[in-house]
Design a protein around this ligand. Structure first.
Ligand code: NDP
Length: 328
């Protein structure tokens, strides 16, 4: 039998954590034949709630779940971790300036990056979900100089999945026949969902839609503002769909993306497509042998160029702000 994979989840007692842990334990994160050990990291006030979730996980008697440990400090939480899902973050509260938000998250993701650097397994793979996710991932990576930067990623897969769903509804083509969609940039309102290279049942999506006004006035804002629409309808932020996207991201990273398709993930920029080197930006990516690769050679039209540039400019501003705060 295989040795269990250690999966650390922060913010384990939160909404996303609750939707995520049961799917990890059932084998959906890594594969139906891979046993997992869960390491739940929470702030001290939330440890009791995490214990409650652990009781429910026990009660599922998942055959692949080889153990659950709960921690209130990053050093223990990340010890031996092979996969880390950083979900817990400091949300923006009313009246909070961006600088305050970045500083508060620096206080979380800096120490977590250091603990990953010092104690995680050599094959550690990190997905940051907690917002501002791209910049939180950059902070964690900077605090982990011995871990390859490529192991720090942020989630834009929910935006990707939302875009596929919107395009499916518009064209009447099933989601499984939509391929090569891209989310560029920041996981924020400036993100750019790009259908110019996407395929709808084998045809170019932009040509099938044939309506740039729908793209600019409907599709892009609907995808970018979907989170707010869900809060409005549900009275709580998206949790199960965010957890689902985290599962998709890690599964594809570890197991590879399907031939003839790609997905979206925020990974460190190598300067491709004019995206400032070093920031963690969303790109069209494939995964092979456990490594993300940016899809190369796509032609970027003017419509896309201005939107990619705007989102990248926001990421550069966030990077400069955290540098100013001494977090990089
Ligand atoms: P959620 O589980 O709903 O959300 C957690 C984080 O995910 C938030 O930062 C949220 O950002 C982010 N997120 C990213 N994408 C999405 C999306 N599409 N929809 C919704 N959220 C998204 O938050 P809860 O408040 O329920 O739980 C957070 C938990 O984290 C708490 O239990 C808290 O104790 C814990 N925590 C743990 C820390 C640690 O381990 N050191 C540090 C800080 C908190 P946004 O707010 O922008 O929606």
């Amino acid at each position: 039998t295989r040795t269990p994979v250690n999966v650390t989840v922060t913010g384990a007692a939160g909404q996303i954590g609750y939707a995520l842990l049961f799917r990890i334990a059932s084998g959906q994160l890594l594969g139906a034949d891979v046993p997992v050990k869960l390491r739940l990291l929470e702030i001290p006030q939330a440890v009791k709630a995490a214990e409650g979730t652990a009781m429910e996980l026990d009660d599922c008697a998942f055959p692949l779940l080889a153990g659950i440990d709960i921690f209130d400090n990053p050093t223990d939480g990340f010890a031996g971790a092979n996969v880390a899902l950083l979900v817990g973050a400091r949300p923006r509260t009313k009246g909070m300036e961006r600088g305050d938000l970045l500083a508060a998250n620096g206080g979380i993701f800096g120490p977590q990056g250091k603990a990953i650097n010092d104690g995680a397994a050599d094959d550690i793979r990190v997905l940051v979900v907690g917002n501002p996710a791209n910049t939180n991932a950059l902070i964690a990576s900077a605090a982990a100089p011995d871990v390859p930067a490529s192991r720090f990623t942020a989630m834009t897969r929910l935006d990707h999945n939302r875009a596929i769903s919107q395009l499916s509804a518009k064209t009447g083509v099933s989601v499984s026949d939509i391929k090569k969609l891209t989310i560029w940039g920041n996981h924020s309102a400036t993100q750019y969902p790009d259908i110019f290279h996407a395929e709808v049942a084998g045809k170019n999506a932009a040509e099938v839609v044939g309506d740039e006004k729908w793209l600019a006035d409907d599709f892009i804002p609907t995808v970018a503002k979907r989170g707010a629409a869900i809060i409005e309808a549900r009275g709580a932020s998206s949790a199960a769909s965010a957890a689902n996207a985290a599962i998709d991201h890690v599964f594809d990273w570890v197991n590879g993306t399907p031939e003839g398709d790609w997905t979206s993930a925020a990974i460190p920029s190598d300067g491709s497509y004019g995206v400032a080197e070093g920031i963690i930006s969303s790109f069209p990516v494939t995964s092979e042998n456990g490594e993300w690769k940016i899809v190369q050679g796509l032609e970027i039209n003017d419509f896309s160029r201005s939107r990619i540039d705007a989102s990248v400019a926001e990421l550069v501003e966030e990077r400069d702000a955290v540098k100013e705060l001494g977090l990089l």
